[in-house]
Design a binder for this molecule. Sequence first.
Ligand code: NDP
Length: 322
Amino acid sequence: QKLPVTILVPSNFHDHAVDRIERTFSPVRIERADPALVTDEVRSKVRGIASFAGISAAFMDALPNLEIIASFGVGYDSIDARHAAEHGIMVTNTPDVLTEEVADTALGLLINTIRDLPRAETWLRDGSWERNGDYPLSRLTLRGRKAGIFGMGRIGLAIARRLEAFGLPVAYHNRRRVEGLSYEHHETLKGLAEAVDTLISVAPGGASTAKAVNAEILSALGPNGVFINIGRGSTVDEEALAAALANGTIAAAGLDVFANEPNVPPALLAASNATLLPHVGSASEHTRRAMADLCVDNLVSWFTARKPLTPVPETVQVKARA
Ligand code: NDP
C-alpha cells in the first residue's frame, strides 16, 4: 500500500531500495544532497531522506518538514546526527545485516596483505610462473601473530571470533571495556599497538577517531607490524602511514577505506607493501540488498508506526513530530 509521503533520494542509490521506495512512497531524486538544489516543491514536501551519501546540517535546515534520514550503511559519520537530534530529526542506519560480510572481507584483506596473494595471482596470469618458476616465498606469515582490534563493536567482535578460529590471540581498544568479553582490553590505542603486531581498525569515523592511527601508533606497532583498515579512512594519518610503509616502520598494510574516497594518495598507490581495495567491505549483492531492505523498512516503520527499527544512538530519543 502506497503512503502519502515524499521521500528524497539524493545521488545514486541502490536499485532495490529505489524500487521499494517507488512502490511505497512518492520519491523525488536530486543529483546530490546540496541545499542549492532544493526547489520550493522539494522544500515543502519532503518528510524523509534515503541516502548513501552524507547529509549536512545545512541540508537538513533546507527541509523544514524533514522527519527522518534513513542512511544506507552502518557508519553514519557523514551525517550530522547531533544536529538532527537537536532539530527532532530521526537518523537510522543499517547495523547487523552487514556485520559478518565485513568481517569476512577484513580476514580476506588480512590474508592477502600478509601472504601477498593478489600479486601471486598476477604472477600466474601474466605467465611468470611458466617463465620464471615459483612465486617467491611470502616475507610475512599470520603464524605467531597477535591481533589487536581498534573498535570492538559488532564488526570488531565478528573479526575477533574469526581470528580466534585462526589461532591468534586477540586484544582490543575501545573507550569502554566490553562487559563479559575475555579479550585483553587496552585503555589506549598506543598501549594496544605496543602489545600486538597486527592492528585491525574497525572504529567509526568522526572527530573522536580522526587521524588516531598516526606516526606514534605505527611506530609502536613495530617493524613486523601489519595494519589493516576496514573502518574509516579518516581514522588514519595517511601521510604518516605511507611514510611508515616506505621506511620500514611497519611491514605492510591492507586498506579498504581512505580519507578522501575515491582518491587514494599516490604514495599509498606506490607502496608495494600495501594491499588496496575500493571500499568493498559490505559489497556483495546479498548484503547490499539486506541493507537496502533495512534502510527502507526504517522509513516504512517510521511513517506507519512512528517507530524506527534501528535509530542511531544520538537520535534514539527523537519523537515523531505531531
Ligand atoms: P559499532 O558501533 O558496533 O562499533 C564501534 C566500536 O568502536 C564500539 O565498540 C566503540 O566502543 C568503538 N569506538 C568508537 N569510538 C571510539 C574511539 N574514539 N576510540 C576507541 N574506540 C571507539 O559499529 P560496527 O562494528 O557496526 O561498525 C564499525 C564501523 O565500521 C562503522 O562505523 C563504519 O565506519 C565501518 N564500516 C566499514 C565498512 C566497509 O565497507 N569497509 C562496512 C561497514 C562498516 P566505545 O564507544 O566504547 O569506544
